[in-house]
Design a protein. Structure first.
Length: 205
């Protein structure tokens, strides 16, 4: 990713459904930037325990969304088997093929979640075409799938913003501490510690 100094693993992504394409283009790179700020940039200024807490929140949220995706895939596959469906609907538009660089385990997890959604979409389309599922049911399932990505992307964005405020406060207090030292002040440790301890328990978007 441009603008981020981080090692990464390159891979080529192919997405077929319009839903997965839009989710990837709107959220993937931004999510990776937010996670880089949380895991790397903010860690230099804030307490380790606070960064670890935020990462754990996002990890748990990601695992929940992946579980939702796996359950939806299992239900759709079971419905296809039950009705003897052996081939799925295909998209007339060519797939989106794009080279990406994964720079954290969180980016890999979001990438895998989007791939699961891309796998689910043609199953839902097939069930609707064969009149096994209603258009209303399929629309609701698609809407739920989009929320799986939006939830973790929104959480990462909110937490990065909150930690960014903490980093700014810590930087301001460090500058004040240096100024105070020059004028004869000898102890700023308590104010620095307070500035470096932003609340991380309500990072929900």
């Amino acid at each position: 990713m441009s603008g981020i100094e981080a090692a990464g693993r390159k891979l080529t992504v192919e997405l077929y459904s319009p839903e997965a394409k839009r989710l990837f283009l709107r959220h993937f790179n931004a999510f990776q930037r937010h996670m880089h700020f949380i895991s790397v940039v903010a860690r230099h200024a804030l307490r380790k325990v606070d960064i670890d807490s935020v990462e754990e929140q996002i990890k748990v949220a990601m695992e929940e969304q992946v579980a939702f995706a796996n359950a939806a895939l299992s239900r759709a596959e079971a419905s296809c088997r039950e009705h003897g469906i052996t081939s799925l609907a295909v998209y007339a538009v060519p797939p989106l093929t794009i080279d990406v660089t994964l720079i954290s385990p969180f980016g890999r997890s979001l990438h895998e979640l989007i791939l699961k959604i891309d796998q689910l979409m043609p199953m839902l389309e097939t069930l609707a075409l064969d009149q096994i599922a209603t258009n209303t049911t399929v629309f609701a399932a698609k809407s739920s799938a989009k929320k799986w990505v939006r939830r973790v992307a929104g959480l990462a964005r909110a937490c990065a913003g909150q930690l960014g405020n903490g980093v700014a406060r810590a930087s301001t207090d460090q500058s004040s501490s240096r100024d105070s030292s020059l004028s004869g002040a000898t102890n700023c440790e308590q104010s620095d510690a307070a500035a470096a301890n932003p609340a991380t328990s309500n990072c929900l978007p």
